[in-house]
Design a protein around this ligand. Sequence first.
Ligand SMILES: [Zn+2]
Length: 186
Amino acid sequence: MVRKHVTGPFTIPVRDLVHRAGEMREHSFEVPAPEKWGEGLVSVAEGETVAVDVRLESVHEGILVSGDVDTEYTGVCGRCLTDIAQGLQVEFQELFAYPGEDEADFEVQDDHVDLETLVREAVVLSLPFQPVCQPDCPGLDPATGERLTTSAGAELSQPADPRWAALQDFTPDVPRSRGDDPTEES
Ligand SMILES: [Zn+2]
């Protein structure tokens, strides 16, 4: 997708590099994300700070753009739906070709390069498809919908069928602990 008119927070002038192969320049900037990036469980919110370090190299075919993005995504854990916010670093590299010759995904336009699409795609592609609040998130209890913790499960001690409770009364092997622990009462 090439825009006809290039203006925007991700647009960098490259007039001093155009057709001067071998020249190189580095550039750093921070801009708010112009819109929400990502459609999954997590995304980079509109207005979130997007920090870009970029190196612009003039090559024969155009301007080679490489760099890295540092931002933060927010959303919910895919297992327990807790809100999460995580830093995200991603690298990118793309050639912005001079217009007129071969069809290119990115082109130098009016002595500028617009990095917005490039940066957005790099960020969106690196967003986790199944984000988790922590690597061993136990998720939700399928019965209650509550968030599971390590102590969960202790509440599920009621006998499902009273006949089993009656059977337990006549089974000498079942240890009994009357009075001490109410979860053991049947
Ligand atoms: Zn979780």
